[in-house]
Design a protein around this ligand. Structure first.
Ligand code: SF4
Length: 357
């Protein structure tokens, strides 16, 4: 099995996907790509949320034309999502896109594939082959009767062979399915067959609630097995939520280290403060802080102090107030209405210190 650090490194603009333990996070815009202003605004929100790269649909000549203007306004690599029309791929590449998602077996005559590959080679643009259980080639579906991991692997190999026959190997592969078990099997099969980096995703996974759980189950299983070089959490929600979920997932597995980890208690009858509001407010606050800080927010003085001492900074509630801990030591008592602001101030101080080191 090719684990994530054993995959081929593939350049995507200034990023490298594959060949290390690093896993990038990506999302896809919901705007009409031809609407440059709206698309750039959405990409800026994704950048702010921590996205490493972003994909836009290129489904028309206007969308392909817009790539040039979008590229000038953004700071992360841009991926063009193309289905079938190789002319749109050529235009997107000419306009400066950093990566193309296209299945070479789906764009018709070999000359078309040759044209796209030639353009990609000339500009150092990699190709992501996107195998999807819901759109497998007819002959594969007929052979197996329904989407299977083996069928998905055959589809991937078919597209890979086309590119390799043109001496093109800057390839990233996804094996998406909305069925979590199928996706896990397909990705594992892919990782045991070829060394191209894997773009992980559970496609059409659902809403913010159910999709987060499905994605965490599927992507978490693969990440824990050491697979996956870039992830996209697909949610029927604001794409910024996809990045938030992706980052939480990577933090959970220790793949991202420069982020704040929040520990909060589940609450019980011993609770002495409004812990749920405090935890939610602090969680929102630390979203974009890039520092390896562990924050603990606990509801009472029974188990609270012990847990809070394990964190860099923490509070343990008491009646109408809280004990503030820093590196295991009680710093002071803080009235409940000042707990959030004090905790934020302490987090900022630690983040500043981290930035200075
Ligand atoms: Fe209950 Fe206190 Fe534990 Fe929170 S820390 S779950 S309030 S005992």
């Amino acid at each position: 099995m090719f684990l994530r650090d054993q995959t081929k490194p593939v350049r995507v603009g200034p990023l490298t996907i594959g060949g290390s333990q690093h896993v990038t996070m990506q999302s896809m815009t919901m705007t009409k790509t031809a609407d440059v202003k709206a698309t750039v605004a959405e990409i800026h929100r994704l950048e702010e949320a921590g996205a490493d790269l972003v994909r836009v649909t290129v489904n028309s000549r206007e969308a392909a034309d817009a790539i040039k203007a979008i590229k000038k306004e953004i700071h992360i690599p841009l991926v063009a999502d193309i289905h079938f029309d190789h002319r749109l791929a050529l235009l997107a590449i000419e306009n400066g896109v950093d990566k193309v998602r296209i299945n070479p077996g789906n764009i018709g005559k070999r000359e078309r594939v040759e044209e796209v590959v030639k353009a990609c080679k000339a500009r150092g643009v990699p190709i992501r082959i996107g195998v999807n259980a819901g759109s497998l080639e007819r002959h594969i579906l007929e052979r197996y009767g329904y989407p299977t991991a083996q069928g998905m692997l055959e589809s991937a190999l078919h597209h890979i062979e086309i590119l390799e026959s043109l001496d093109f190997t800057d390839i990233i592969v996804s094996m998406k399915a909305s069925d979590v078990n199928l996706a896990i099997d397909a990705y594992k099969l892919a990782a045991s067959t070829f060394s191209y980096p894997l773009h992980l995703g559970i496609t059409e996974s659902g809403t913010l609630f159910s999709g987060t759980i499905k994605s965490a189950a599927g992507l978490g299983t693969l990440l824990a097995a050491g697979l996956g070089n870039t992830i996209r959490v697909s949610l029927s929600a604001d794409p910024v939520e996809e990045i938030k979920v992706a980052r939480e997932l990577l933090k959970t597995f220790g793949i991202i280290s420069n982020a704040v980890t929040l520990v909060s208690c589940p609450t019980c009858g011993r609770i002495d403060i409004d812990l749920i509001s405090i935890a939610n407010e602090i969680e929102e606050y630390v979203q974009n802080i890039k520092a390896p800080i562990k924050v603990s927010v606990l509801g009472c003085a029974v188990n609270g102090p012990g847990e809070a001492r394990e964190a860099d900074i923490g509070i343990a509630g008491a009646r109408g107030e809280g004990l503030l801990f820093r590196y295991g030591e009680v710093v002071r008592k803080v009235p409940e209405h000042e707990l959030v602001s004090e905790l934020k101030r302490e987090i900022d101080t630690l983040a500043r210190r981290f930035a200075e080191t």
